[in-house]
Ligand binder design. Sequence first.
Ligand SMILES: C[S@@+](CC[C@H](N)C(=O)[O-])C[C@H]1O[C@@H](n2cnc3c(N)ncnc32)[C@H](O)[C@@H]1O
Length: 273
Amino acid sequence: MTAIDESGFVALTRAVSTRAGLALGAYKEKCVQRRIAVRMRACGVHTYGDYLALLEQTPAELDRLTDTLTINVTRFFRNAETWHAVRAIVLPALGREPGSGLRAWSAGCSSGEEPYSLAVLAAQWLEEREDWPALGRLQIDATDIDRASLQRAEQGWYRPETVADVPPELLTRHFTMDGDGFRVNETLRSRVRVRRVDLNLQPPLRQDYDLILCRNVLIYFDRATQERLCRVFDGALAPGGYLVLGKVETLFGEVRDRFTLVDARERIYRRCA
Ligand SMILES: C[S@@+](CC[C@H](N)C(=O)[O-])C[C@H]1O[C@@H](n2cnc3c(N)ncnc32)[C@H](O)[C@@H]1O
């Protein structure tokens, strides 16, 4: 970047951070530049200054840019092996105490596929043990920064192609056909609390989670933010609680000493008791 580009970039990201309520300074700069370039190409502008002027005249473009910046790609049971490991390692360890519940946080939940995958898996696990009351003690917090994604998570309605990765027997058991798609049944939707939380600006909703899923989110942040968020997860987990990161993400910083790596392949960590 030339000095002019650099100052244009700084002015643009400041304006976007303020207007969209997005702390862009915490994200990897290259990643932000690539995403902005996508929108600039789509709009046919060539300088950061021109793009900022266009953003000021066209409020809808700010939404499109925010959408592009937040990268909401997700799927039900994304990385199936990780879910097998959650089922084999995490659920049995957490459900051992009679009357115990499960408090989980899907941090960066996008449109809800991740928290509902967990709800489906936990319900199946509990049903196999005929522990029906425990479903009432399942509480999953699903948080994200992106309002449009959160609205979809709240509705819990998905197109047929979106639920294609849900095993058929679980689709029949936990979803109902609604129009030309499928809606997660109320029994499970009531177990998922959808809230807007910007991981860079707001604290977790609670400090006693048994399980935190933060997958494919840290990757977009700079190193200092990654370390800070690892400290946040440490503080938000109950002793012995589990943290699941994305397949290419790792625990950063001094908190590594307080976690045991339980499954290196699936990036599952356990906070020391
Ligand atoms: C690639 S998706 C991952 C979705 C899901 N965890 C998965 O692995 O399938 C990344 C999500 O992180 C969210 N995100 C990005 N920055 C965030 C922030 N500062 N606070 C909360 N969520 C954020 C995005 O809106 C997006 O929904």
